[in-house]
Design a protein around this ligand. Structure first.
Ligand SMILES: [Zn+2]
Ligand SMILES: [Zn+2]
Ligand SMILES: [Zn+2]
Ligand SMILES: [Zn+2]
Ligand SMILES: [Zn+2]
Length: 599
């Protein structure tokens, strides 16, 4: 390898750059530069992560009914959680010799189909069985991609430490809260996005250290504010009673005013907090990083999404956490020197492996626990392993796996999409990069037609009581129709139930019942989040006022600056990379103009 270069993506045929710090990293890891562009690589990894598509089937060991990510007819074997973790079976029994007459990844694909998988991915759960890709939960229900939680439900993706909370997407340290997106340290906060350190509030956007605020945007350390206007404590309390947020109709009315305010207050081009030399969005306390949702002392990160807690040297990861180091093309891996792998839970020097725990020096293994020097689940001595490995890598390059599209997968490519146990629309790829059936198939991914569901609705959507005080306790056992009625691309389950703990929370907090099924609620939150894409744009601060162009489009009223900016009354010259697409209505400011107005 040598100088930075432009390459043509094998998947989308668009040109992409391999930068000089990429090359330094690849050389240090002794791995080749990629042949797919960053976005195609992200989608390819995502097509291996099934978070929310579960099916009823039987355990292949005990015959008991289980919920599983793997459909019965998928051809994948499934063992129920406890059996899978026991010594009742040995994954090494599925070991295979390497066959140099066939592509290596074909053999990996066969092994993946042969070795039993746990029904869902769970570790250290107490009374929280209805959860997936979940660690350290107690009394939780339908929580996914989460580490550390108690008495919570419907919490999804990148969540750490959550208590008594419902319907949360990407948050850390949350208590008694509801409908949060990208929040940190929230206590009794409902309907908030991109907030930190807020308490006892409803409908907040980009607020910090606020208490008792309702429908506010861009506030710092304030209390008793409604729609960005400050009240005396007594007045505020009277207003809160008048707002009557236990009524679904009134809640919607307030939400409409809040959404309108969100468009009138300038926002920063990206949520980047206490970070240096970073490009992307939702980056906190990190250095030298490029990607999305990177937090808590991450360093030297590229092309990655959801990298949390003391990770360093991470290239192309989705979900890396807990001190992960030197990863490349990894999906949900924690450990050191993990490349081209998915679901690796601790360990080091792992390549091309799937769902292994605390292993080191393994190559193309599936379902191993605490093993070393294995290839295709066959045990070797250290010497044998070290002699065989370079030969396999050479074989992978001499006879690469080729998919139906004719794309080749030599050493250095993540697993081919067609070997994924999941269809595109069963995975998070469909959530972040939604495609039609035709597009999915054209791109060489798999598609699954939605399940036909024939639920007997006990409560039609329009029969739900408007006010939480009028909701009978008996509703907790009934089948409620989802407001989207299956006509959406959210994986709508058409019906849903309100679990008793959830109903108790709504009643105690005075929140009206949700009108959508958990999948649709999750997708509505995703729609409020910016995409995992960047655009190069100019600061929209016009000097005295802003948002003029958008006003011409009839979308946003002018915003009049309250302070003098460094650029005087001329338009701001600053440019940036932002996840706000150019056609969007929000007023997007550079760091300097934003700080002048909001802090
Ligand atoms: Zn591409
Ligand atoms: Zn739905
Ligand atoms: Zn829906
Ligand atoms: Zn500016
Ligand atoms: Zn400005």
């Amino acid at each position: 390898m040598s100088a930075p270069s432009k390459r043509t993506c094998q998947a989308c045929q668009k040109e992409f750059a391999v930068e000089s710090d990429d090359i330094t990293f690849y050389e240090k890891m002794r791995i080749p530069a990629p042949t797919w562009c960053p976005e195609c690589r992200t989608v390819r990894r995502m097509s291996w992560r099934n978070e929310r598509s579960w099916y009823r089937r039987t355990c292949d060991a005990t015959g008991k009914p289980v919920l599983s990510m793997f459909r019965q007819e998928s051809g994948y074997k499934v063992y129920e959680q406890n059996y899978w973790r026991s010594d009742a079976w040995d994954p090494l029994e599925y070991g295979k010799d390497v066959d140099v007459t066939r592509p290596f990844l074909t053999q990996f694909g066969e092994l993946l189909k042969a070795v039993p998988e746990p029904n869902l991915i769970q570790k250290n759960l107490v009374n929280s069985e209805y959860s997936n890709i979940a660690l350290n939960l107690k009394n939780c229900y339908n929580c996914i991609g989460i580490d550390g939680g108690e008495d919570s439900a419907y919490c999804f993706s990148g969540i750490l430490d959550i208590q008594h909370s419902f319907d949360i997407y990407q948050a850390t340290s949350t208590e008694y809260s509801y409908e949060l997106i990208d929040c940190v340290k929230s206590n009794s906060v409902r309907f908030a996005q991109s907030c930190e350190g807020c308490v006892d509030s409803w409908f907040l956007y980009d607020c910090r250290n606020c208490t008792n605020c309702i429908a506010c945007v861009g506030l710092r350390s304030r209390q008793y504010c409604i729609l960005n206007r400050e009240y005396q404590k007594e007045e505020y309390e009277k207003e809160l009673v008048k707002l009557d947020l236990g009524s679904y109709r009134k809640l919607q009315e307030l939400n409409a005013k809040f959404e309108e305010l969100k468009l009138r207050v300038p926002r920063k081009f990206a949520t980047i907090i206490k970070s240096e030399n970073v490009i992307g969005d939702n980056i906190r306390n990190s250095r030298d990083a490029r990607g999305f949702d990177i937090r808590d002392n991450a360093e030297h990160v590229r092309y990655s999404y959801r990298v949390h807690h003391n990770c360093s040297d991470i290239w192309d990861a989705i979900v890396a956490w807990n001190g992960a180091e030197e990863e490349c093309e990894a999906m949900s891996c924690s450990g050191k020197r993990i490349v081209y792998s998915a679901l690796i839970w601790g360990g080091f020097d792992v390549q091309y492996s799937y769902n292994c725990f605390d292993c080191n020096n393994i190559f193309a293994c599936v379902g191993l626990r605490s093993k070393s020097y294995c290839i295709l689940n066959r045990q070797y001595s250290k010497e044998e392993y070290e002699t065989l490995l370079p030969k396999i890598i050479e074989h992978m390059n001499m006879m690469p796996y080729a998919d139906k599209q004719g794309r080749t997968f030599g050493y250095g490519e993540f697993f081919p999409p067609e070997l994924s146990p999941f269809a595109y629309n069963e995975t998070i790829a469909q959530e972040y990069f939604p495609l039609s059936k035709e597009e999915v198939e054209r791109k060489g991914y798999q598609w699954k037609n939605p399940e036909i569901r024939n639920y007997q609705m006990q409560i039609k959507n329009d029969q739900l009581p408007d006010h939480i005080r009028d909701v009978p306790d008996a509703i907790a056992s009934q089948t409620v129709e989802c407001g989207h009625k299956g006509i959406c691309i959210h994986g709508c389950t058409t019906a849903f139930k309100i679990i008793p703990e959830e109903l108790g929370f709504y009643k105690k907090t005075g929140i009206p019942l949700p009108r959508l099924c958990p999948n649709c609620r999750h997708c509505e939150r995703l729609l409020k989040s910016n995409p995992l894409r960047l655009w190069h744009r100019k600061c929209q601060c016009g000097g005295m006022e802003s948002g003029i162009r958008n006003q011409e489009l009839g979308k946003t009223p002018n915003y009049r600056n309250t302070a003098t900016h460094f650029h005087g009354d001329k338009p701001c010259p600053n440019e940036f990379e932002t996840s706000y697409a150019p056609e969007r209505a929000e007023i997007v400011y550079c760091e300097s103009c934003y700080q002048s107005e909001v802090l």
